[in-house]
Design a protein. Structure first.
Length: 218
């Protein structure tokens, strides 16, 4: 795996739909914060992933943003950036567009070799050749790779039969199978989602009646 130096001031960005955010996301973010001596981890909720536009249980950007802010409010090492939701409303979000915007906005967030540090699961990283403009994406990004169950760390990528240069470092954390779909399934079934997502986030989910089946509600 290619290594890239990061200064203590470097921030890492965590992209995702966060539909909703859960403890797995937060554990990975904290592990990266500690391991790479980051100033902070910035969560960037997508307006809508291009690969999830057909999902019928996607909460609005405003709801997911509010839940995320509640979930991280007590951690000074975490922050939220609403750049994708502000830009795209509920339309599709493309990571390369956001990375370009973040780089243009503040060069101080970049690594010493001019990359943006981005947290990503190994399963998602393996799919990045399908994303928009993968060559530009790889040139602009240092991937902080989170282990995922039954998915080996990604060490090489290819696009159109040619290798893609890959800069990545593995986050030292246990592979976690917790998913947002599991949280939503518990809520739809009228089960407790406690310990799947922070209590502050869960309180807001219940307050807004998100992902809940009225017939199953206790």
């Amino acid at each position: 795996m290619t290594s890239s130096q990061m200064t203590p001031a470097t921030q890492a960005f965590y992209f995702g739909t966060f539909n909703p955010v859960h403890w797995g996301h937060l554990l990975i973010a904290q592990a990266a914060l500690n391991q790479f001596a980051l100033a902070r981890v910035v969560f960037v909720p997508a307006a809508c992933s291009p690969f999830r536009q057909q999902e019928t249980d996607m909460a609005s950007g405003a709801d997911r943003l509010a839940i995320l802010r509640r979930a991280i409010a007590d951690n000074p090492g975490f922050a939220v950036d609403s750049i994708e939701i502000d830009r795209d409303g509920d339309g599709p979000s493309y990571t390369i567009d956001t990375i370009r915007a973040l780089r243009a906005r503040d060069a101080s967030i970049l690594t010493s070799d001019g990359r943006l540090a981005v947290i990503i699961g190994s399963d998602a990283l393996s799919q990045t050749p399908r994303w928009r403009d993968p060559r530009a994406l790889m040139a602009a990004t240092l991937w902080l790779q989170a282990p995922r169950p039954e998915t080996p760390p990604v060490e090489a990528l290819a696009f159109e039969g040619e290798p893609l240069p890959l800069a990545t470092r593995l986050i030292d954390a246990p592979a976690n199978a917790l998913s947002a779909s599991r949280v939503r399934a518990a809520l739809r079934a009228g089960q407790s989602a406690r310990y799947l997502t922070p209590d502050a986030a869960l309180d807001l989910i219940h307050e807004r009646r998100l992902w809940q089946n009225p017939e199953k509600r206790a």
